[in-house]
Design a binder for this molecule. Structure first.
Ligand code: NAD
Ligand code: MLT
Length: 312
């Protein structure tokens, strides 16, 4: 029996070694498909591997007559209609820890770049200027750092922030006193984070509960020189409310890796000098991409061999 697997987003070639070596798998890589093209061909496949670009919606799932498994080479499965997949009996697996370190490192890179205005200072210098007064930053040392969502990435971010000697407040509905103590952070409420933090980073999934979790009401409670970082999912922070809060001087700056609609078009946040941004690069390292591709490849092979899924 040969299983046909479609790869519809760019995935690390090295990480696909197990699938390539398998005699029972036929791989097809097509990363520029339109939705209509995908609907037309998905019925030929037993497996689909995506990153975050392909939106696997109900129409695609309805057309996927033979699909047994969708592998998400990454963490967030918010680009996959899970209800439709479950109804259709299609397993959805992800690679929950392959990109944790890369996403945590990117968060720290964004926070430090924001605090010292590195992107604009670099641009100014490359354009021939020497503007030392303009680019005065702030230290992270002894600052209060609010971490909203204390899962894999939130915890790794906290570990790194401790090396900067930041005072860390963490909020997560599942954070116990014992876990907070072991991690060397203070368990806090969202309001405590809003009123005390100098920097706030979000690391929750995007769900109905976390959509616009941080919006106008939260900004009104924050310190005026607060800086926000979102390397989790667009939509956890209300983007238009953030724009307004920065314009009104309620928020000093923001570092944004992810947007509610990607790629963002004529986005107001991208017009503000107080905002630095990257195009969803949190997991874009050689190491993370190999790890997530290897993890989904190996698990898909196990599923086709009749073994139970580990990350469904
Ligand atoms: P995780 O599941 O390990 O951790 C998420 C944490 O959020 C959990 O501890 C959960 O209890 C907590 N949480 C859920 N609802 C919450 C709420 N309402 N308030 C506070 N906390 C809440 O996930 P992770 O691997 O740490 O990933 C975190 C986020 O980062 C996800 O959105 C993921 O998609 C995203 N991510 C982005 C990139 C990127 O490229 N920018 C890379 C990897 C992951
Ligand atoms: C994820 O959820 O894993 C990230 O968005 C990373 C990615 O898919 O590139």
């Amino acid at each position: 029996m040969t299983y046909k697997i479609l790869i519809s987003d760019p995935i690390s070639d090295t990480g696909l070694a197990a699938l390539k070596a398998s005699e029972t798998v036929e791989l097809n890589v097509q990363t520029e498909l339109t939705k209509e093209e995908l609907v037309k061909i998905i019925g030929n496949y037993d497996g689909l591997i995506v990153r975050s670009q392909t939106q696997v919606d109900a129409a695609i799932i309805e057309a996927a007559d033979h699909l047994r498994v969708i592998g998400r080479a990454g963490v967030g499965v918010d680009n996959i209609d899970l209800d439709a997949a479950t109804k259709a009996g299609i397993l959805v697996i992800n690679a929950p820890d392959g990109n944790t370190i890369s996403a945590a490192e990117h968060t720290m890179a964004m926070m430090t770049a924001l605090s010292r205005q590195i992107p604009d200072a670099c641009k100014s210098l490359k354009e021939g200027r020497w503007e030392r007064k303009k680019f005065k930053g702030v230290e992270l040392f002894k600052k209060t750092f609010g971490v909203v969502g204390f899962g894999r990435i939130g915890m790794e971010v906290a570990k790194r922030a401790k090396a900067y000697q930041m005072n860390i407040l963490a909020y997560d509905p599942f954070l116990t006193d014992e876990k907070a103590r072991r991690a060397g952070v203070t368990k806090a409420t969202l309001d405590e984070i809003y009123t005390q933090a100098d920097f706030i980073t979000v690391h929750t999934p995007l769900t109905k509960e976390t959509h616009h979790l941080i919006g106008a009401e939260a900004f009104n409670k924050m310190k005026a020189d607060v800086r926000l970082i979102n390397c989790a999912r667009g939509g956890i922070i209300d983007e238009l409310a953030l724009y307004q809060a920065i314009k009104e001087g309620k928020v000093a700056g923001a570092a944004i890796d992810v947007f509610e609609n990607e790629p963002p078009e004529n986005h107001p946040l991208l017009t503000l000098p107080q905002v630095i941004a990257t195009p969803h690069l949190g997991a874009s390292t050689v190491e993370a991409q190999e790890k997530v591709a290897r993890a989904v490849s190996e698990e898909i092979l196990q599923i086709f061999n009749g073994e139970p899924a580990q990350h469904a």
